[in-house]
Design a protein. Structure first.
Length: 255
């Protein structure tokens, strides 16, 4: 499930048939989320289409695109300090141009940069902020052979601070490469605590968890406001934790 923000959103639409997209508003962030029920899709009413034109679109890509081999090699060399910033940026820019051309060639109306300039769908967001360190996740990955391994995620070890744009640079570059709608993606706020459950913060820094949430919401509001000032009209929030919970419940019910 993902969320989407439209500055011209008309808000929740009552009375839609089961299976249609339904729009609900998250109070703290002032953004609209979309969800689709499991039933067979019903025909969307004209009122929804009119209110939310041009986005949402009939079809669009959700998630990172596969990175080209040249970009993966350049990333590794840059990480190991075998490639300077300018050379890496040139490879990255060329890969993003290719990603944009690919999406346009199949007729998509919302275009992303493939998330090529990020360490991961989530990690980039807190890496571009102050106040975090890596700690083991409460989850473990399991491979096809049954082996499992831990992975690190963020923990607030200091007061969270947005010292500059987090996704704004990506938007500036993307809008210059396409005449379609540039779409910015970012993790939902829930990702900051979900992967460590009840230990997302150092209690010495945030003894009151409400203060933690207030700071995090303020960061999202500031980022969305700056994107709006730059002319961004479409933001996708990746609500991975909710999908994880739903998958876990499905497996539990099946067993």
């Amino acid at each position: 499930m993902c969320g989407a923000f439209w500055p011209r959103s008309g808000g929740p639409l009552p009375g839609l048939a089961k299976g249609t997209k339904q729009f609900v508003r998250q109070r703290n962030l002032g953004i609209a989320f979309t969800a689709t029920t499991a039933a067979a899709p019903a025909q969307l009413c004209s009122r929804e289409v009119n209110i939310h034109a041009p986005p949402p679109f009939h079809a669009e890509h959700v998630g990172s695109l596969l990175r080209p081999r040249d970009l993966k090699q350049a990333f590794s060399r840059h990480r190991d300090r075998q490639l300077d910033d300018a050379a890496y940026d040139a490879v990255l820019a060329e890969a993003i141009r290719g990603a944009v051309a690919l999406q346009e060639s199949v007729g998509l109306q919302s275009i992303t940069d493939g998330e090529f300039g990020r360490s991961s769908w989530f990690g980039f967001f807190f890496e571009r902020m102050d106040g975090f360190r890596l700690e083991p996740s409460a989850f473990k990955f399991r491979d096809e052979q049954g082996g499992s391994f831990e992975w690190p995620t963020c923990m607030a070890c200091g007061k969270m601070h947005r010292h500059g744009g987090i996704t704004t640079g990506e938007f500036r570059r993307l809008r210059g490469l396409t005449r379609a709608t540039p779409k910015v993606t970012m993790p939902s706020p829930s990702a900051f605590h979900f992967f460590r459950f009840h230990a997302p913060v150092d209690p010495a820094v945030y003894p009151d968890i409400e203060a933690y949430w207030q700071d995090l919401v303020a960061i999202y509001r500031a980022e969305l406001a700056e994107l709006g000032r730059l002319g961004c009209t479409y933001v996708q929030l990746d609500e991975v934790p909710l999908a994880d919970i739903y998958t876990t419940l499905e497996l539990w019910c099946a067993n």
